[in-house]
Design a binder for this molecule. Structure first.
Ligand code: 6PG
Length: 467
């Protein structure tokens, strides 16, 4: 009996995905570079005959039914290329490799074309949901050719998370569309996580609320308009007690945030494509500055920021602010996907993307239903903002967001994501930006020319005599 599918890489995500596949009744051959890990996995976690350990690439490939389908769950970067090189001698035309890691989309495009020359099919698949999602149902974002997708569609749809709007898996689009969409998912993830953290900061520093109390508020919010995975984990974190000290663990965690790169990449590509993903960049920089702990300690000592405690801030203000930040984070992300889809010919259906983000993934939230309604109403409304219902939503929250960010300014509390979300919104709402002065400056020092509002054409002025 040959296995239905193979899986390489038995780190946390790989292990759980393999078990998920087996639980759905498919046989899955698994391989890990170090045999120890495979043995340990089989001993400790495998109870089903559907999981078949292999101890060499050859054994793995030979144990698969044709055309072979192999999911790679190895670290993004060189490890993916190395694994592909190792596999190639054993593969035949028509076999399929699926990269389920957080690969950079440009790498995925390169691999796609290299493998196409060998007749090997390839899918770059975003997988979101962490280890729990991998086991119980992740959100899957596969991209590549439809032909490749059709070979694994059934399995992927079965292992994906389910919502009332169907399984959280769809064919995302051509080329590296799947990895691109997952990368943008992470840009949104960064932006929302940072916004939640900023609201938390105001709650503890200005409102002087305890972690337990903040946890209670977050828990309530999670039952209302902010219902989302990130809100859910945040309230659970707030009430978690450290076993040793009995204190809330969050208060004992060092304020240095790490990053693996996907948030940075989504900002980089937003810069390349000219999409104003303000809060993606701000959230990446927020992580960067968090890293400079010692410098911050010295500066805090030197400047002694004067924290004014504000009298009139309400929990409701923070809730409305955060919900606007969620909305604007999704707005920037969907705009980015839309532009990339045009530039890179991905053919992404953003409505479908919003649907498969409804379950399994890190940015799943109740708000996605509202966003889908807005986009359904007009497919052109890629920022969601160009709609009466969106305007009502924004107008109801904006005064609260202005109040909260003003308060943060006067209390010298950094709120990069919230501010960036608002600057994104305000910029879009502003008919006359001061870019006229920028153009004049560019023309002044570099003869870069400008356009006029009163007549067509391109103009240049000798702002100062050259000689
Ligand atoms: C997901 C997550 C996942 C991972 C990120 C974290 O959707 O399941 O996004 O892919 O947690 O890579 O990224 P950072 O390490 O950059 O925070």
């Amino acid at each position: 009996m040959k296995a239905d599918i193979g899986l390489i890489g038995l780190a946390v995500m790989g292990q759980n995905l393999a078990l998920n596949i087996a639980r759905k009744g498919y046989s899955v051959a698994v391989y890990n570079r170090t045999a120890e890990r495979t043995k340990k996995f089989v001993e400790e976690r495998v109870k089903s005959e559907k999981v078949l350990p292999a101890y060499s690439i050859k054994e793995l490939v030979n144990s698969l039914s044709r055309p072979r389908k192999i999911i790679l769950m190895v670290k993004a970067g060189q490890a993916v290329d190395d694994m592909i090189s190792e596999l190639l001698p054993y593969l035949e035309k028509g076999d399929l490799l699926i990269d389920g890691g957080n690969s950079h989309f440009a790498d995925t495009d390169r691999r796609l074309s290299e493998l196409a020359k060998e007749g090997i099919l390839y899918l770059g698949m975003g997988v979101s949901g962490g280890e729990y999602g991998a086991l119980h149902g992740p959100s899957l974002m596969p991209g590549g050719t439809r032909e490749a997708y059709s070979l694994v569609e059934k399995i992927l749809v079965e292992i994906a998370a389910k919502t009332e709007d169907g399984p959280c898996c769809t064919y995302v689009g051509d080329g590296s569309a799947g990895h691109f969409v997952k990368m943008v998912h992470n840009g949104i993830e960064y932006s929302i996580m940072q916004a939640i953290a900023e609201v938390y900061d105001i709650m503890r520093k200005v409102m002087k609320l305890s972690s337990e109390k903040i946890g209670e508020i977050f828990e309530r919010w999670n039952r209302e308009e902010l219902a989302s995975f990130l809100m859910e984990i945040s309230y659970k974190i707030m009430s978690w007690k450290d076993e040793e000290t009995g204190k809330p663990l969050v208060e004992l965690i060092l304020d240095k945030a790490e990053q693996k790169g996907t948030g940075k990449w989504s900002t980089q590509v937003a810069l390349d494509l000219g999409v104003p993903a303000f809060s993606f960049g701000a959230s990446v920089f927020a992580r960067a500055v968090s890293y400079y702990k010692e410098e911050r300690q010295k500066m805090a000592e030197l400047y002694k920021p004067n924290m004014k405690t504000a009298e009139n801030i309400a929990v409701e203000d923070l809730k409305k602010t955060l919900s606007l930040a969620y909305f604007l984070s999704y707005s920037q992300g969907v705009w980015l996907i839309h532009e990339a889809s045009k530039s890179f010919k991905y053919n992404v259906d953003s409505l479908e993307v919003l649907r498969i983000w409804k379950g399994g993934c890190i940015i799943r939230s109740k708000m996605l239903d509202f966003l889908r309604q807005l986009l359904k109403n007009s497919q052109e409304n890629i920022t969601f903002l160009n709609d009466e219902r969106a305007r009502n939503f924004v107008e109801e929250r904006l005064p609260h967001a202005i109040k909260v960010t003003n308060l943060a300014r006067s209390s010298m509390i950094p709120t990069p994501s919230l501010n960036a979300c608002l600057d994104y919104l305000f910029s879009l709402m502003t008919e006359n930006l001061p870019a006229n002065l920028i153009q004049a400056q560019r023309d002044f020092f570099g003869a870069h020319t400008f356009q006029r509002i009163d007549k067509p054409g391109t103009f240049h002025v000798e702002w100062q005599p050259l000689e």
